[in-house]
Design a protein around this ligand. Structure first.
Ligand SMILES: NC(=O)C1=CN([C@@H]2O[C@H](COP(=O)(O)OP(=O)(O)OC[C@H]3O[C@@H](n4cnc5c(N)ncnc54)[C@H](OP(=O)(O)O)[C@@H]3O)[C@@H](O)[C@H]2O)C=CC1
Ligand SMILES: CC(=O)[C@@H](O)[C@H](O)COP(=O)(O)O
Ligand SMILES: [Mn+2]
Length: 383
């Protein structure tokens, strides 16, 4: 029985994780759940999964939840960052599944690692903002970081039984998002509702906007660099609009191994929880006869500058990726609130990067400070 704590149980990845648990009650037990403020859904999850702990980040929502939990239910209710850290490092858990969105997941993830907990990592922003630090701590504490992101799970599966040094390159597939094939002129005035319509995946709002700008692929390039210890020059991005090949690895003998499947995040979630085993499930099987073609294209870096900015940040190193991530989090939020346009996202990210004095080998405190600086700089710039 694997005992799980979930950061962000109410979101897209969180609820799909609970679905995997629901189907396998003899294999998994949810010990702790958490959210920012989705009290109604937390209450339903508490009643169904009977966790021992719940952490709510938002203070008013914590109070609201406490008042509504039926008196016969025995559960410890925690609050704020301390609550997230506590449920990430509980003695009774085996794995922390990070389904929280944004770099707010960094500190609790580090806390879990330092307490020897395996990490099933969906929260890519944690590795984007502090990849070197997180992977260094994972090595020091001998902790597995098991990828949940579909592309990284695919690469992880392709590398199963292989030695990393034989990698020629990693080929990350991208759907191209809802605006694939459009020109810059056509995208100048797109709305958030258009940007939220991902062609193949149903996901949370932040990652959906990131997919529409191709920043998601940029964040994934950075995530891949840290997870698989490869140089940015050895990571290629190819647009594959069908999202059936989830990513590939080319080895030094020219052989390419790909991982495929129907687009369903429950598979990489399940694999991260059962690794190194596989587990029978009833998920849809891929029917090749249904596909008249699999297609591949080069990403359009002119129309989607965010992907190039991510490569540039990896190349420059230091704290540039921290700034990229922080600026992007603020700007995506502003776009979702209709306060800025689609192309303001790359414009203000670039402006913030240009104003940044990078720090080599930053400590956690320096990363948090750079993150704070970048957020403030962006907010002042767009006023
Ligand atoms: N969705 C997907 O298919 C994929 C997602 N990912 C990555 O997984 C992560 C989660 O994405 P997704 O599930 O789509 O996001 P959602 O927006 O659907 O869910 C986010 C979750 O995080 C919680 N949360 C947000 N802020 C806080 C906070 N301050 N404290 C505690 N909890 C918080 C939310 O709680 P509340 O409900 O209260 O707001 C919610 O449970 C992201 O990093 C994303 O990039 C990676 C691959 C695929
Ligand atoms: C499901 C998943 O892992 C997402 O990150 C997805 O890959 C988004 O698709 P694109 O960013 O390729 O549009
Ligand atoms: Mn992905």
């Amino acid at each position: 029985m694997k005992k799980i704590s979930i950061l962000g149980s109410t979101g897209s990845i969180g609820t799909q994780t609970l679905d995997v648990v629901r189907k396998n009650p003899d294999k998994f037990k949810v010990v702790a759940i958490s959210a920012n403020s989705s009290v109604d859904l937390l209450l339903e999850q508490i009643i169904e999964f009977k966790p021992k702990y719940v952490a709510v980040y938002d203070e008013a929502s914590t109070k609201n939840l406490k008042e509504r939990i039926p008196s016969h239910i025995n559960i410890e209710v925690l609050s704020g960052m301390e609550g997230l850290k506590t449920i990430s490092s509980l003695d009774e858990i085996d794995v922390l599944l990070t389904a929280i969105v944004g770099m707010i997941g960094l500190v609790p993830t580090l806390c879990a690692i330092r307490n020897g907990k395996a990490i099933a990592l969906a929260n890519k922003e944690t590795l984007v903002t502090a990849g070197k630090l997180v992977m260094g701590e994972a090595k020091k504490y001998n902790v597995d970081i098991l990828p949940v992101d579909s592309e990284h799970s695919a690469i992880f599966q392709c590398l199963n039984g292989e030695k990393n040094k034989n990698i020629d390159k990693i080929i990350l597939t991208a759907s191209g998002g809802p605006f694939r094939g459009k020109s810059k002129e056509e995208l100048l005035n797109v709305t958030k509702n258009e940007a939220l319509k991902h062609p193949n995946w149903s996901m949370g709002r932040k990652i959906s906007i990131d997919s529409s700008t191709l920043m998601n692929k940029g964040l994934e390039v950075i995530e891949a660099k840290w997870l698989f210890d490869v140089d940015y020059k050895d990571i290629d991005v190819v647009v594959h609009p069908q999202s059936i090949i989830h990513s590939m690895v080319q080895f030094n003998d020219s052989s390419i191994i790909a991982q495929m499947g129907c687009p369903d995040m429950r598979l990489p979630i399940q694999y991260a929880l059962t690794y190194p085993d596989r587990m029978l499930n009833d998920f849809e099987r891929l029917d090749f006869a249904k596909f008249s073609k699999f297609t591949f294209e080069k990403p359009d870096l002119e129309t989607f500058p965010c992907l190039k900015l991510a490569f540039d940040c990896l190349k420059m190193g230091g704290t540039y990726c921290t700034v990229l991530n922080a600026a992007n989090e603020v700007l995506v939020n502003e776009f979702l609130e209709d306060k800025i346009g689609f192309y303001d996202i790359p414009y203000y990210i670039e402006k913030t990067l240009q104003a940044h004095n990078s720090i080599e080998d930053p400590t956690l405190e320096e990363i948090l400070e750079v993150d704070r600086w970048a957020r403030e700089y962006v907010k002042k710039s767009i006023k």
